[in-house]
Write a protein that binds this ligand. Structure first.
Ligand code: NAD
Length: 353
């Protein structure tokens, strides 16, 4: 089963192909681009890197936030120069979202922009990070502070890569799929994974097509993320991104209900969907709500008071100036569970696919 999702952005349009074995169409994509040389930056073992069909430099990489730096971008660009990569050649990333982000930025900057193809290997990178053209690296001062919009020329989401993905990383990606239920993808529960990925990518593509540069509608993709980001920080990243977003999604349902935007059953649906994907639904007992609210005031959507993307009569919307006392009340009403029990349910090395 293979699904192709177009991302329609005029002369920056491309396709996202999803399914088992789709990485093997890399040589065909490279041929269509007319590149004569390729640099493949890969965080996966060599045997997982497909043939490019052209002269290739294979650079080993490691996924992880530590490598998402300007120093890595500089090192990669140095390798591109020594290999003789020209502006009409191509760069290929193969790895998790950290790798697609840093390689995407190197491609955006090298010779003021060279074609890049992403082969995302984590579920989160397949449903989110590799699609939409945002690239970034971290500074000591914070995450994703330096970046560029640079659309890939193609994205090949090979679901075979997920066979080696640790269970908690799988869950993290499922957190992003779960929140799609409330921002226009409909009910994806029970669909095969390829369909769930393709539907999540279709949703993101539709949003990126109308707001490529994150000036409005792209906010919707941050459903569950206001509390999610605060939870990641408050737990020292003990919760993976998608796990934190899952708890944030349950909270978003309850907050929308507390503000009279949705009825009780729609709020309960948030819990049911998040639970269906096997994701955490409770706040870590160890986390202080005061700290969460302080963090949420720093959220980039908090231009005017506390800001959340919330479901409502006209679907999900950015809601600003949410009264702090309501946020505290909804936080206080959330179920709580010790951190260990929230993330302990998954066996880190188990394979879910
Ligand atoms: N650019 C965007 O629009 C966008 C959107 C969402 C997230 N992101 C970024 O994506 C990053 C998170 O991505 P992530 O969750 O993939 O993190 P990651 O790249 O750190 O990968 C998570 C873990 O999974 C492992 N892994 C990945 N693929 C594997 C495979 N096939 N087999 C075995 N192990 C594998 C990695 O080695 C790593 O340990 C963050 O830096 C975030 O800022 C970017």
């Amino acid at each position: 089963m293979r699904r192709t999702v177009p991302v329609r952005l005029g002369d920056r349009s491309y396709e996202v192909v999803v399914g088992p074995g789709v990485r093997n169409s890399l040589a065909e994509v490279v041929r269509r681009l007319g590149a004569e040389r390729a640099v493949v930056v890969s965080a996966r073992p060599d045997e997982w890197v497909p043939d490019t069909g052209v002269e290739t430099l294979l650079l080993p990489a490691r996924d992880g936030e530590q490598g998402k730096t300007l120093a890595t971008v500089e090192a990669l660009c140095g390798e591109f120069v020594r290999f003789g990569l020209t502006r009409s050649d191509v760069v290929v990333s193969c790895g998790g979202g950290t790798t697609t982000d840093v390689v995407g930025l190197a491609a955006a900057l090298y010779h003021r922009g060279v074609d890049v193809i992403h082969l995302p290997t984590s579920l989160l990178a397949q449903v989110d990070a590799s699609v939409g053209g945002k690239t970034a690296v971290n500074l000591r001062e914070g995450k994703n502070l330096v970046g560029a919009f640079w659309q890939p020329r193609a994205v090949l989401c090979d679901t075979d890569y997920l066979s080696t993905l640790p269970a908690r990383e799988m869950l993290s990606g499922l957190g992003e799929i779960a929140r799609c239920h409330f921002i226009g993808a409909g009910d994806l529960r029970g669909l095969p994974l390829t369909e769930q990925i393709a539907a999540s990518v279709t949703l993101k593509a539709g949003i990126v097509e109308v707001d490529e540069r994150d000036a409005g509608k792209r906010h919707l993709l941050n459903y569950g993320h206001t509390l999610g980001h605060a939870l990641e920080l408050a737990t020292g990243f003990a919760l993976r991104h998608g796990e934190a977003v899952a708890v944030g999604t349950v909270f978003a349902g309850r907050l929308a209900h507390a503000l009279g935007r949705v009825d009780r059953s729609r709020a309960d649906e948030h819990l049911a969907v998040v639970r269906h994907y096997g994701l955490p639904t409770a706040l870590p007992a160890e986390v202080d709500p005061e700290l969460l609210v302080r963090q949420m005031h720093r959220d980039k959507k908090a231009v005017s008071g506390l800001g959340f993307v919330l479901d409502g009569p006209e679907g999900a919307q950015l809601v600003t100036d949410v009264p702090q006392e309501v946020v505290f009340r909804v936080l206080a009403g959330m179920p709580r569970a010790p951190m260990d029990s929230l993330v302990g349910a998954a066996t880190p090395d188990a394979v879910l696919t």
